[in-house]
Ligand binder design. Structure first.
Ligand SMILES: *Cc1c(COP(=O)(O)O)cnc(C)c1O
Length: 398
């Protein structure tokens, strides 16, 4: 199919849930993507914080191909070795005891909510427990995850939401405290809010919520679907705060492109779920788990965390300079390789100018440009990005 036919047919046949750029992506290599006309793009979006290892990593591709030829899918009524290897890797990296594999982020959040409810039910036998979530949060599009997503626009047409969800102000401990009562079973938030506009949790906030949870017997659920898997410079963002959640959700870079998510929990919490409580047909299948196990192996081999710390600090410095140099850029936020700049205007023109210049960027919140590149980028890639970004900003200003 030629490019025009692909776009026209997509607009005819796909349910129109996205306003897509008029670009058909065809292949990738390293931190670069190529469209069907052969145009090259430097990728600072990584398929929304997914492709941490960069495209066309030979060892990763070989591992996936080998598993395709061996066994793609079984069922969860049997064991398979890739799932066990992935489980060992993700529990070790997160410091959690047990994992349940899903196919996506939103399913990981569904599982986390169900686990928290079952845990509370076993404690007091009641079925009207409440969860506290945050304003401007994002946890996914399925009904449970949507119910804890603090964005009225996403929820509005789809009511009623599951009951018992209250919204506090992110990074405001008093606002959380004011919503706690005897029915509260869990508090859920992103360690770094991604879609909401790249807001890292403040240390006092996350420590305060942990303490509150310990005092009241409430479970702390951290959603690290976007900010986990090395993105902040540690395997999980909470590790930099010295705080441990009771349940953590993971997805996006967990499989680096092969769909897989997970929720993990401490032993005393995990054991609340027993056979019959939860399940999945695809989740934890050998193909996705072989990919994920290889991702953990390559993270170590390629010193990904060290690279994120080094290149992340470099990118932060360069973006701070952009704040100095451009009136329309008012703030820089973020940590590791999840960073953002807030503009005084809607960033869509800047992002589309950047695309014309061969740079892929995503927005977040209302006025934020988000930088979530593959975790293997170099300082040289950052330099190239900054040149293209400055050009896009210059073109927007004039
Ligand atoms: C992307 C994201 C989700 C949803 O993941 P899907 O795989 O799209 O369902 C949930 N929480 C956070 C923090 C995310 O960034």
């Amino acid at each position: 199919m030629d490019t025009k036919t692909i776009i026209e047919t997509a607009e005819e046949k796909l349910i129109h849930t996205y306003n897509r750029y008029q670009i058909v992506l065809d292949k990738g290599d390293g931190v670069r993507l190529y469209d069907t006309d052969g145009k090259e793009y430097l990728d600072f979006g990584a398929g929304i914080a997914v492709f941490a290892l960069g495209y066309n990593n030979k060892e990763y591709n070989d591992a996936v191909k080998a598993q395709v030829d061996k066994l793609i899918h079984t069922s969860n009524y049997f064991y398979n070795e890739p799932a066990v290897k992935a489980a060992q890797a993700v529990t070790k990296a997160s410091g959690m005891d047990r994992v349940f594999f899903t196919n996506s982020g939103t399913e990981a959040v569904e599982g986390a909510i169900k686990l928290a409810k079952k845990y509370a039910y076993l404690k007091d036998g009641s079925t009207d427990h409440e969860i506290i979530a945050m304003e401007h949060s994002f946890h996914g599009r399925s009904m449970g995850a949507l119910a804890v997503t603090g964005n009225r626009h996403y929820q509005e047409a789809f009511g009623p939401m599951i009951p018992g969800i209250k919204f506090a102000k992110y990074n405001d401990l008093e606002s959380v405290k004011s919503l706690v009562n005897d029915k509260t079973c869990a508090i859920i938030f992103e360690t770094v809010q991604g879609e909401g506009g790249v807001y890292p949790a403040k240390k006092e906030f996350i420590e305060g919520v942990r303490k509150l949870c310990d005092e009241k017997g409430i479970l702390l659920i951290l959603d690290e679907i976007q900010c986990g898997m090395g993105r902040t410079g540690s395997m999980f963002a909470y590790q930099q705060y010295g705080v441990k959640p009771d349940i953590v959700t993971v997805a996006k870079a967990l499989g680096c492109g092969v769909p897989i998510g997970a929720f993990l929990a401490k032993e005393n919490v995990a054991k609340a779920l027993v056979p019959g409580d939860h399940g999945t047909t695809y989740g934890g299948n050998p193909l996705a788990c072989a990919a994920s196990a290889k991702v953990f192996e390559l993270f170590e081999k390629l010193n990904v965390l060290e690279n994120v710390q080094k290149v992340g600090a470099y990118m932060a410095k360069k973006l701070e300079q952009i704040v100095q140099d451009y009136d329309i850029v008012i703030e820089h936020r973020g940590v590791g390789l999840i960073q953002g700049i807030e503009l005084s205007l809607n960033p869509k023109d800047v992002i589309s100018n950047a695309l014309d210049n061969g740079l892929i960027l995503f927005s977040a919140g209302t006025n934020v440009i988000r930088f979530v590149p593959p975790l293997v980028i170099t300082e040289k890639d950052v330099d190239e990005m900054i040149v293209k970004l400055r050009k896009a900003l210059d073109e927007t200003r004039s």
